[in-house]
Ligand binder design. Structure first.
Ligand SMILES: *Cc1c(COP(=O)(O)O)cnc(C)c1O
Length: 369
């Protein structure tokens, strides 16, 4: 493992956990598209993509052209689908790089066909159907004519048809089942015209874990490959484990007398003589400026006291707790018998685990272990 002794704060990515998670997901009947957008949900896109492909994923999913380009430049040859909108100007480059595109309008299809003809290589298209999410997508009744247009005009080929679920992580499956029914109706109409493409896909992590009948040809897990939980009503089970730990260091421990204010604005006052530790992480690293944070030091949970600064936080040690400058502090992960999950941090911040790991700043190095 890379040396962490020179780092103020860093994240450790357990690539073995990602490998095991992908293997587990790849045991299903469908192929796996490992979703590595947003720098692999903060885990490091290239490292995760390589491990996921080794472990049995056959596709990679990203949101943006620059994310696909990063993978291609790193030598990743596996099929890549850009799930989001792509500016028409980069479609020729995408076609040349054999990166598949999501399309959701007649104009987008025309631009992709034009791009394919320009570079002499068919653009590979996945037609996105809006089955109820009402974000990107074509109306189900438009799908046939658009698929026909891709089929008959030169410059592009229809490689996939897909949709996305709005409420797969909720206890009540009704909304997802409705979306699936709309999707199935569209697939049926495509099939009778001989337009059903090779890759039909619908399921994100939550749906892939819950509903085998939604697997079709390909599943698109993001969260699950990182061992993150889709929601509190959908525990992951013991088969999948988290890959990311976020750590920092104790910079100094000081005794502060009773009644003194700590940090900016003196928002915290010592109630007695207290041991205050300074830890090298702050909101400039993505550790939010939010009251109520906790960290682990010496295997024990400690409260963050006072304001979170850009590069530092202050924590209150237990009376008499032994600790010294350089000691490891855990923000996400385990230490001894104590654990702070990305889900717990998200709950404190009033958000979801996705935003916690995506929000760890680029200046924090990602170290594979
Ligand atoms: C991000 C994304 C996924 C992965 O979602 P998870 O909930 O992380 O599994 C799947 N499909 C699409 C279209 C996405 O944008």
């Amino acid at each position: 493992m890379d040396d962490t002794s020179g780092q103020a704060t860093w994240i450790e990515i357990d690539l073995g956990a990602i490998r095991a998670n992908v293997r587990q997901l790849a045991r299903s009947d469908a192929q796996v598209m490992a979703v590595v957008k947003a720098n692999g949900y903060g885990h490091g896109a290239v490292a995760v993509a390589r491990v996921a492909i080794e472990a049995g994923a056959s596709w990679l999913g990203v949101a943006r052209w620059n994310e696909a380009l990063e993978l291609r430049r790193a030598g990743v040859r596996a099929p890549i689908l850009i799930l989001g909108a792509v500016p028409h100007a980069v479609m020729p480059e995408a076609a040349a790089a054999e990166v598949s595109l999501a399309v959701f309008s007649a104009e987008g299809i025309r631009a992709a066909q034009h791009a394919g003809r320009q570079v002499g290589r068919d653009a590979r298209l996945h037609l996105k159907i809006d089955t109820g999410m009402h974000r990107l997508g074509v109306q189900p009744e438009e799908a046939i004519s658009l698929a026909e247009r891709i089929d008959v005009e030169p410059g592009a080929s229809l490689e996939g048809v897909f949709s996305h679920l709005a409420r797969a992580d909720e206890a009540d499956p009704a909304a997802s089942l409705n979306q699936q029914a709309v999707f199935d109706g569209t697939l049926q109409a495509l099939s009778v015209r001989g337009l059903r493409p090779t890759y039909v896909h619908l399921a994100n992590s939550a749906a892939a874990l819950r509903w085998p009948q939604m697997h079709y040809d390909l599943v698109r897990p993001g969260l699950a490959i990182y061992g993150l939980q889709p929601s509190s009503s959908l525990p992951l089970g013991r088969d999948l484990s988290p890959a990311l730990s976020w750590k920092a260091r104790l910079a100094q421990v000081r005794e502060v007398p009773r009644g003194e204010g700590i940090g900016y604005g003196h928002t915290y006052q010592t109630g007695e003589r207290e041991l205050i530790g300074v830890v090298t992480v702050g909101y400039g690293d993505g550790f939010r400026r939010w009251p109520g944070n906790q960290v682990l030091l010496g295997g024990r949970q400690l409260p963050v006291v006072g304001r979170v600064s850009m590069d530092q936080i202050t924590v209150r040690l237990h009376p008499g707790q032994l600790a010294e400058a350089g000691d490891e502090v855990v923000l996400i992960g385990t230490q001894g018998n104590a654990r702070i999950s990305a889900e717990a941090l998200a709950e404190g911040w009033g958000t979801i685990n996705y935003e916690v790991t995506c929000g760890i700043a680029p200046r924090v190095p990602r170290l594979p272990i």
